[in-house]
Design a protein around this ligand. Structure first.
Ligand code: AMP
Length: 278
């Protein structure tokens, strides 16, 4: 496995294997990331993982500084998973000067996660486009854990006609249902016990939808009230359609319930897809 720090060395390394598949990450790898690598591996001769904590996608009061950085463990896990190239640029490689050209995502950047985190998706889309230009993969894998991010990037690739296949991967969860996330380690032992309630709330809402309930707004409000009663500060719980995360119409059958809520100072997100029959 090659660990590469500069864009120049990356280009030189990948010249030899133009057939590569890409897994962008911010490091602090866990089984969710490893699953993306496992999906990537059989698809190309060369699997490239990037580890870069992208300042551009963090708000001024967010956790950029304290985001967990665990490079040695990341390398070990990549090696064990059979990764060929780990790209670990420092900030000057990705942003040698102030990034004045940015990717401005569609209206999607203003709803749900975008409303709670202004400029977040602009930062994500901009760095991912740059990474795509550096790695030049034929495919890239993204987790549905970050559902809106996946939709934004899928649409970016489509609208800019980038020759890259975007492959979504299912959310990996702990035995208690909690979606694996680097941010889970901010949680105290007591908060860790409480945290699975977010997924449980989504599961209960899915059950109601499958049972035929269409009182969407009431369901959303009750879901948020349930979390609030247990010490959470919910940002949103919303039943949306999978294709574009807009509000559902009676004709929609492919739904997703997306949620974000704060437990103490830690902000967790999760979602669950719902397929309505007939
Ligand atoms: P991050 O390092 O958090 O930026 O995530 C890098 C990639 O891993 C993104 O495509 C995430 O959606 C994906 N990812 C993170 N956590 C999970 C998880 N629990 N299950 C599946 N994919 C995940």
């Amino acid at each position: 496995m090659d660990v590469i720090h500069s864009v120049a060395a990356l280009r030189e390394r990948l010249e030899r294997v133009p057939n590569n598949v890409f897994v962008p990450t911010m490091g602090n790898l866990h089984q969710g990331h490893i699953q993306l690598i496992n999906i990537a591996k059989p698809r190309a001769a060369c699997t490239v993982v990037s580890v870069f904590v992208n300042r551009l996608q963090f708000g001024p009061r967010e956790d950029f500084e304290r985001y967990p950085r665990t490079l040695e463990s990341d390398f070990e896990q990549c090696r064990a998973a059979g990764v060929d190239v780990v790209f670990v640029p420092d900030e000057r490689e990705i942003y040698p000067e102030v990034q004045t050209f940015v990717v401005e995502p569609s209206d999607l950047q203003h709803i749900l996660e975008g409303a709670a985190r202004p400029r977040h998706f602009r930062g994500v889309a901009t760095v991912v486009l740059k990474l795509f230009n550096m790695v030049r993969p034929h495919s890239a894998i993204f987790g549905k854990k970050d559902y809106q991010q996946y939709i934004v990037l899928r649409d970016m690739v489509h609208q800019f006609a980038l020759p890259i296949e975007i492959i979504p991967a299912e959310t990996v969860r702990g035995p208690d249902g909690l979606a694996l996330s680097s941010r889970n380690q901010y949680l105290s032992p007591m908060q860790l016990e409480e945290a699975p309630r977010l997924y449980q709330t989504l599961c209960a809402m899915r059950e109601d939808l499958l049972q035929g309930s269409r009182a969407i707004q009431r369901m959303e409000l009750e879901g948020m009230a349930g979390l609030a009663r247990n010490g959470w500060r919910p940002d949103y719980i919303a039943v949306r359609r999978q294709s574009d995360l807009q509000e559902i119409t009676p004709e929609d059958t492919h739904l997703v319930i997306v949620a974000a809520a704060r437990l103490g100072t830690t902000r967790l997100i999760d979602n669950i897809e719902v397929e309505l029959g007939g």
